[in-house]
Write a protein that binds this ligand. Structure first.
Ligand code: HPA
Ligand code: ZN
Length: 332
């Protein structure tokens, strides 16, 4: 089997995707028009030209601006549904999607509007595309601890629709320790926990996410490589890292894909996975990420299969479902 065929054939779980980051310019224009909201671009080409980032913040500014056109439940439904259609094309059979409620509630959109639109899309994806999913609610780390507590309170009535709590947005200057107390409260309420750490921030932020936030997975975590003791810990615990290669390239975390450390981390026995992060902004969905690293790093078929196996092992699905998908991967 050719490697491209293998990538397409492998069942995969996506564990690091921001639903607001799947907002394709075509859909953004359509929703802006129906909601009669002005956006600062005249054409889709102009939008794409603006997607030229030099670090995380330069991306986040544009990402938050794009999300402003989402107002109604149907908008959130359409956003998620378009992403599920991409999953179907890439054989992503399970996805755990982040959403950022504060991006919406801070502009007067009700929490309920966001969660209802997303949940309805998740239900339809299961029924119509046979794709399973979970929602992960993220706190914006550039906002205060108090705002995170308030967001957690708003999520409690929807506890059954949210599997985990995460932490995203501007990493530098907003260390995990800022959210230690609210993560403890989320754990008490029964949520699983994840956090972005070690994307732009130092290895110390990964330690904090492990020891203070007590996360079940690290999102990104690529800068862990700077600390051998941390790598040892991540390996010993098989703590998953949800790595996002095209994101790292577009946000200049690496200068060239040939320099990406995903293969080295995999070879050292860490539980690394491949993910798209914000695919509408970074130039590719799941399979595009697999193809980019395969070409740049000469990944073997065994490595590709291991990455797919890791995606299920690192997911929040049942042990029986993990075994089913891993058996299928091993039979390919
Ligand atoms: N990092 C931090 N926050 C984010 C990202 C990311 O890659 N994407 C969307 N919000
Ligand atoms: Zn992310």
């Amino acid at each position: 089997m050719q490697q491209l065929e293998l990538i397409r054939a492998l069942p995969k779980a996506e564990l690091h995707v921001h639903i607001e980051g799947t907002f394709e310019p075509e859909l953004m224009f359509a929703i802006a028009q129906r909601n009669q909201i002005e956006i600062p671009y005249k054409s889709i080409d102009e939008v794409k030209q603006a997607y030229n980032f030099h670090n995380l913040q330069s991306f986040l500014d544009i990402y938050y601006a794009g999300a402003q056109v989402l107002i109604h439940e149907q908008d959130f439904y359409d956003l998620a549904w378009a992403y599920f259609e991409k999953c179907a094309l890439d054989r992503v059979v399970h996805t755990e999607m982040f959403f950022d409620p504060q991006t919406h509630t801070d502009r007067g959109v009700a929490f309920e509007t966001v969660i209802n639109g997303l949940t309805r899309a998740c239900d339809d994806a299961k029924q119509q595309l046979n794709i399973s999913s979970h929602l992960i609610m993220c706190f914006l780390r550039h906002l205060s601890e108090a705002a995170a507590f308030d967001t957690l309170a708003q999520a409690l009535p929807y506890k059954d629709q949210i599997i985990a709590i995460g932490l995203d947005s501007s990493e530098l200057g907003h260390p995990p320790e800022k959210f230690e107390r609210v993560f403890a409260k989320a754990a008490e309420a029964g949520f699983l926990l994840v956090a972005h750490a070690g994307e732009e921030g130092p290895a110390d932020y990964v330690w904090q996410a492990l020891d203070l936030l007590k996360v079940n997975r690290i999102d990104h975590g690529v800068r862990s490589e700077e600390d051998p003791a941390l790598l040892q810990r991540l390996k010993a615990e098989q703590m998953p890292l949800t790595v996002c290669p095209l994101s790292n390239l577009k946000l200049c975390v690496v200068d060239q894909m040939q320099q990406h450390n995903i293969q080295r981390l995999l070879q050292q026995g860490l539980c690394v996975t491949v993910n798209s992060d914000d695919p509408a902004y970074f130039g590719g969905y799941m399979n595009d990420n697999f193809i980019a690293i395969t070409e740049a790093l000469d990944l073997t078929d065994t490595a590709l299969k291991q990455l797919a196996i890791n995606s299920f092992n690192a997911s929040f699905i049942s042990t029986a479902d993990k075994q089913k998908w891993i058996a299928e991967i091993e039979s390919i």
